[in-house]
Design a protein. Sequence first.
Length: 229
Amino acid sequence: MTTTRASLRTAGAATVLAVLALAGCAEEEPVAEPTATSTATDDAATSSAPEDAQEETASDDVAADTATQTEQAEATSEPEELELSASDGSFTVTVPAGWEDATSTAQEQTETAVLAARDGQRVDSFYSNIVITQEEYVGNLTSAVESSAEQLAGEDGEYELLEPAEVDGNRAPGYTLVREVQDATVHQTQRWVSHEGTLYVVTLSAVESQAEDAEPVLEDLLAGWSWND
C-alpha cells in the first residue's frame, strides 16, 4: 500500500467513526414503568396479620435495609478504570472510569477497528470516543500523517501537526483537527503507531465543549499502552 492510499483509507475511517458517534446519540434509554402501588385491601390484610407474621415482616425489612445500604456504599465507592484488549490481541489499554467498551459498535461500521471506547455520558448530542483501527504498514509515517491531516481537514477545516508521542517504545506522530460533522464542531486527534509491521491509528473525537476534557483521556491511554507480544 502506498502512502497516499494509506492516508485516504485512514481519513475515510475517521470520517465514518465521527458520523457514527453523532448518529448513534439520538437513541434514548427506555424509561422503566412505575411499579404498582399497594391497594387498600393489601393494607388491611397487613394490619390484621398475626403477630408472628408481623415480626417476620419486620425482620425482612431490616434485611432489605441492610442490603440497600450495602448497595449504596458500593455505588459511592471510587469507580475503577476499564482495561481493554485489542480484538487482534496485540495490545492492552486503559480508559477512565465512566467510559465503556464500544468495540463491537465500531466494528459494525469498519472492519479495521480493533478497539473502541466511549464516554458513558452524552454531551451536546455526542459521546466522546476513541477508536483504534489496524492499517497496513506505511513506510514514511511522518509524511503519511501530514497527508492524512490535509485530506481529512479539507478546504474548510484546520489542523495542527503534533510532536510524536511515546507509545510503549514506539514513536507515534499525530495531528489535531477541527471540522464540521452533521452540524456539529468536532475536534479530532489522531496518533499513528507502527509496530511489528502493522500500523495502528488512534482517533479521539469530541465535540467542541468536551475537547479539553477528552484530550487527557487519549494522553493517558497512550501512556499506559502495553504491547502483548
